[in-house]
Design a protein around this ligand. Structure first.
Ligand SMILES: Nc1ncnc2c1ncn2[C@@H]1O[C@H](COP(=O)(O)OP(=O)(O)O)[C@@H](O)[C@H]1O
Ligand SMILES: [Mg+2]
Length: 309
């Protein structure tokens, strides 16, 4: 549904995106994950026909995003990361304005708007002023706006950022609903957890470069094989710890950091329990042995670079 080939964008001398190639298939909810400055917005603006590439090309619904601008705009709805508020407009007027801009005939507009307000659970706000909506509602209204011309592709730039947890869940439910309605969705976030339970596939971008892309399940499994164990002992167990933990086949890395032994461990629960048992049996006075929660995106970035976490 979307094909990006060797997309590169320079702002003056600064390379914001470098040789990016990606395939987004019909029916995907495809998440682009990356820290601020990774090049997500630059890529989305290129796909949305708002920015010319320095080199490379892309097609959306079979249309070239540089040469077939009209067709591409008809085929996708773009929700930018920030957008103006239209003061003095009511909710229905806001949608009517965009529907008219997209050439939806007057006779059809009321029906389209009512359907969208219902889909996005904004029916009760129909006659309210846009600026009086909460942030979550405004975000939903903006999503409604991207749907007025019923495009097959949605490009949503950080739609969940700045929302409270409840509003974020609502957005995710909506994305799933839109997928059921046949939409292909490209979405970005700087937080993997924000998208983890809604995306079918993800790509990780850092400083304009693609680190990895693929099925989220496969990637998460890769991350979850790594556990960080923290071990604190009373007295000096250094020699035995290095001998037992350091030589363990499931230990990728062992370091001693301000009184804590930090272990990058790829074994399962039983193996962890056995390791603890062995330390105690060898007389190490273990006073703490626990598994630290890892930050998914940091762990992933490190793993893809072959570093230990
Ligand atoms: N119009 C611009 N002029 C110069 N530099 C820009 C411009 N837009 C973005 N950049 C730079 O390009 C890089 C990527 O930005 P952006 O695509 O907005 O990343 P993201 O959306 O992942 O945060 C950043 O370092 C940013 O400062
Ligand atoms: Mg951005």
């Amino acid at each position: 549904m979307i094909e990006i080939r060797q997309f590169t964008k320079l702002y003056d001398q600064f390379e914001a995106v470098h040789g990016l190639s990606l395939d987004i298939e019909q029916g995907d909810i495809f998440g682009i994950i990356g820290p601020n400055g990774a090049g997500k917005t630059t890529t989305f603006r290129f796909l949305a026909t708002l920015l010319l590439p320095t080199s490379g090309r892309a097609t959306l619904a079979g249309f070239d995003v540089v040469r077939q601008v009209r067709e591409v705009r008809r085929s996708m709805g773009y929700m930018p990361d920030s957008y103006g508020v239209y003061y003095g407009m009511r909710v229905w007027e806001f949608l009517d304005f965009f529907a008219a801009s997209y050439g939806v005939p007057r006779a059809k507009r009321r029906r389209v708007i009512d359907d969208l307000l219902q889909l996005l659970d904004l029916g009760h706000k129909r006659d309210d002023a846009v600026q009086a909506l909460s942030r979550g509602m405004r975000q939903r209204l903006c999503l409604a706006k991207t749907l007025v011309h019923d495009p097959p592709v949605l490009i949503l730039d950080e739609p969940a950022s700045g929302l409270d947890p409840r509003a974020r869940i609502e957005i995710k439910e909506l994305l799933k609903e839109l997928r059921r309605l046949g939409k292909t969705i490209l979405i970005s976030s700087h937080i993997l957890q924000e998208l983890a339970d809604v995306c079918t596939k993800v790509a990780f971008l850092e400083r304009g470069r693609l680190l990895a892309a693929g099925d989220l399940d496969v990637i998460l499994a890769q991350i979850r094989r790594h556990h960080i164990l923290e071990i604190r002992v009373v007295g000096d167990g250094a020699k035995i710890i290095e001998e037992i933990v350091g030589a363990h086949p499931s230990v990728l890395n062992l370091r001693h950091d301000e009184g804590v032994w930090v272990v990058d461990f790829t074994g399962g629960d039983e193996e962890q329990a056995r390791l603890l048992g062995e330390l105690v049996a060898r007389g190490v006075a273990v006073r703490e042995f626990h598994q630290r929660r890892v930050n998914l995106e940091e762990a992933f970035i490190k793993i893809t670079k072959g570093e230990v976490i």
